[in-house]
Design a protein. Sequence first.
Length: 239
Amino acid sequence: MSGFLTVAGLHAGYGAGRVLHGVDLTVEEGEVCAILGPNGAGKTTLLRALCGLIRTTGTVRLDGADLPRNRPEAVARRGVAHVPEGRGTFAPLTVEENLRVGAYTRRDRAAVAADIDRVYGYFPVLGKRRGQAAGSLSGGEQQMVALGRALLARPRLLLLDEPSLGLAPLVTRELFEIIRTVNRDERLTVVLVEQNAHLTLEFADRAHVLETGRIALSGAADDVRADDRVARSYLGIGG
Ligand SMILES: Nc1ncnc2c1ncn2[C@@H]1O[C@H](COP(=O)(O)OP(=O)(O)O)[C@@H](O)[C@H]1O
Ligand SMILES: [Mg+2]
């Protein structure tokens, strides 16, 4: 198998309820890969499966080696960062304390301080609000905190679960532009799960459409966007 992240025959679910029925997927190093699909298709479950939060069968390899099963901390140590649905920021902690949580396994204090400054470079508003409780921020700013916290782990692969949820379109666009900048500047591979297909396809390199636990379609983001039939039947775009 080639590719940076390779997923083959991945099955997963909750107890007796099976959700993923043999997902095959390849993500190349340095790309932004979109996972699209309707509510309930299994997008969140796929990210949970990739980062070891739920039981799976099948193969998940990162940079040529199998990722550990059912051990999220071991997966994180391999360089996989997950920003879950709903962000998971700590509301009573300040912005900067939230960022430090992302670096809790690191002992290189000077490098952590430099990385926090780098996050403030990407998200200047967070620098201004560094001493404020995260819970007092807007939805978009909280999503920035969640992203920044993930970056503090110095990941090689960033898994983002519906960062646009609850955000106004302009805020989403701003957020996606920063994700693109981070992806380019740090050669960080990004898997971006979204229901907001139209905007996501503007930013992604490739897209995979998940439908009832299987990949129904894969292609270059531009091709997926240009295909009317695909747009209508899978993505709810167009007439
Ligand atoms: N914690 C859970 N326990 C049981 N079933 C779940 C759980 N989370 C999700 N599911 C079910 O798994 C299916 C896929 O959900 P999910 O992965 O959240 O889809 P998506 O993120 O694409 O909306 C749905 O039928 C959902 O009800
Ligand atoms: Mg979801």
